[in-house]
Design a binder for this molecule. Structure first.
Ligand SMILES: [Zn+2]
Length: 393
């Protein structure tokens, strides 16, 4: 199973310059080929073809001699990124590929000829190894690496590994989780998980600075300085959020044999204009993807219940459907059986019932752990890192 480790890189000054140039070369090749492909497509409707455009690389190197100092394999990877972008476009799951912008998240892929020695990474064409903060051991067979630069100027090292599935001892427990509005989520055990305090604090600070920024003159020194601070703070919010989601998903997967969640209504997501709700949905989606690959890694089962299942509106005791339930109703009393409900807890009980129905029949609970969940596309681990950076775009 593919898995991505992410570590903060601490390059020295001359290493920063080297990385900036390498990343710049990849961006240059990507944009140049995109420009050619775009023209061809618009002028004659000619579709993208990976092999055809890959052949243009040597010509580009001749024309732009600075590309000679680039790692050729990294440039080839840049063509592959473009290939993926075009494939997604023609599949209809993404818009037309966009030009890469220096101010956004930028990366360089290094598929081969790198070496990891302790907390240092040696990459092709750079004599000195770069230090990284190795906050955890790397397990599995290392496949490739990439280096990402965030808008704040920070660098991260992504290490793609192929990990063996390591089933945890069976527990036989099943839990359902429902996303919360006033807190992060509710479990069918009755537990309510709050958003972490440090994250809320950073978010609050970020909002304050954004309000302050709106009062400054655009482009002034003070404006730019504040903008720099906001970019850093935004990255901190993402990091703190990810850290929290990793810990929580690990605990839930460790404790339970099967986890039931409500799948996301993607169409509803796109239509949503409420920003707070949008952020909640984004972290919920990330949380589900973490649960998904951890379930796969540890031999657990993740069950997704259709977003059209009315988990909030049903009475978990008698099954009565409360059509009048509003989003603001945190508590309600069932007019049929008189049961008093906490909105979120009631929803988790319904999700639990519905999820168990899905589980039943094809599998017994004991077999759940032995069954290899086919739910996760292998690429989800890769997408994860990209999801982390795409929130800046
Ligand atoms: Zn009832």
């Amino acid at each position: 199973m593919l898995y991505v480790y992410r570590f903060r890189l601490y390059p020295k000054k001359e290493q920063v310059e080297f990385l900036n140039r390498q990343i710049g070369h990849c961006r240059f090749v990507y944009n140049k080929l995109l420009e050619i492909a775009k023209n061809n497509y618009e002028a004659e409707g000619k579709k993208w073809n990976y092999y055809e455009y890959k052949k243009l690389l040597p010509k580009l190197k001749e024309e732009f001699s600075f590309l000679k100092e680039a790692n050729s394999q990294s440039l080839q990877e840049a063509v592959r990124w473009l290939d993926r972008a075009f494939k997604n476009f023609f599949k209809g799951i993404a818009g037309f590929p966009k030009f890469k912008n220096k101010k956004r998240v930028n990366s360089v892929s290094i598929p081969q000829h790198f070496r990891i020695e302790g907390d240092r990474i040696k990459i092709p064409k750079l004599k000195t190894p770069i230090k990284f903060k190795k906050h955890r051991d790397i397990e599995g067979k290392i496949k490739s690496i990439s280096i990402t630069k965030l808008p704040s100027g920070r660098f991260y090292l992504n290490i793609l590994v192929d990990r063996e599935i390591e089933p945890l001892p069976e527990t036989g427990r099943v839990v359902a989780i429902d996303v919360g509005l006033t807190h992060f989520c509710t479990l069918s055990t009755g537990e309510k998980v709050e958003n972490p305090r440090n994250l809320l604090k950073t978010e609050e600070k970020l909002k304050k600075l954004q309000r302050k920024l709106s009062r400054k003159v655009k482009g002034s020194n003070k404006y730019l300085k504040l903008q720099g601070k906001i970019v850093k703070l935004h990255e901190k919010v993402v990091n703190q959020g990810n850290d929290f989601l990793h810990k929580l998903s690990k605990r839930i997967i460790g404790d339970n044999q099967a986890v039931i969640v409500e799948d996301l209504n993607v169409k509803g997501l796109l239509k949503n204009s409420n920003l707070a709700k949008h952020i909640t949905d984004a972290s919920w989606r990330r949380f589900i993807s973490y649960l998904e690959y951890k379930a796969k890694l540890y031999g657990r089962k993740l069950i997704k219940v259709s977003p059209f299942y009315p988990s909030s509106k049903l009475c978990s005791r008698c099954g009565y459907k409360n059509e009048n339930l509003k989003l603001s109703d945190r508590k309600w009393k069932c007019p049929n059986c008189g049961e008093e409900h906490d909105r979120d807890y009631n929803a988790t009980l319904n999700l639990l019932k519905e999820g168990l129905k899905i589980l039943k029949g094809s599998l017994t609970l004991r077999a759940v752990g032995l069954e290899r969940p086919e739910l996760t596309p292998v690429e989800s681990a890769v997408a994860l890192v990209e999801a982390g950076s795409s929130s800046f775009q």
